[in-house]
Ligand binder design. Structure first.
Ligand SMILES: [Zn+2]
Length: 93
């Protein structure tokens, strides 16, 4: 075992919200359309603009819509919130 590996795991666990990329997707539960044409519960899956780093060490990614919706609850839970909705461009689909 090397100390370099140990250092890296400590850095990863630091309570900061990492920058989002264009491939990050919203984790919020939402009603989504299934392949059979019916709707059900699933992950939103929209482009992520808001990352919340929870005190537990987990982090969640939300789209702008769900980020605004969850922001107060996340802040109350002690999460570090990084809103990049004004920094990232909306992808062209
Ligand atoms: Zn969403």
């Amino acid at each position: 075992m090397s100390t370099a590996t140990l250092d890296r795991s400590i850095a990863y666990a630091a309570p900061t919200a990492a920058p989002l990329t264009l491939t990050d997707r919203c984790d919020a539960p939402a009603v989504v359309g299934g392949p059979n044409g019916r709707t059900g519960r699933g992950a939103c899956g929209a482009q992520g603009f808001v990352r919340a780093a929870l005190p537990s060490g987990n982090d969640l990614v939300f789209c702008a819509h769900h980020g605004r919706e969850q922001e107060a609850a996340l802040a109350a839970a002690g999460a570090i919130i990084r809103d990049q909705s004004s920094e990232l461009s909306v992808e062209v689909s």
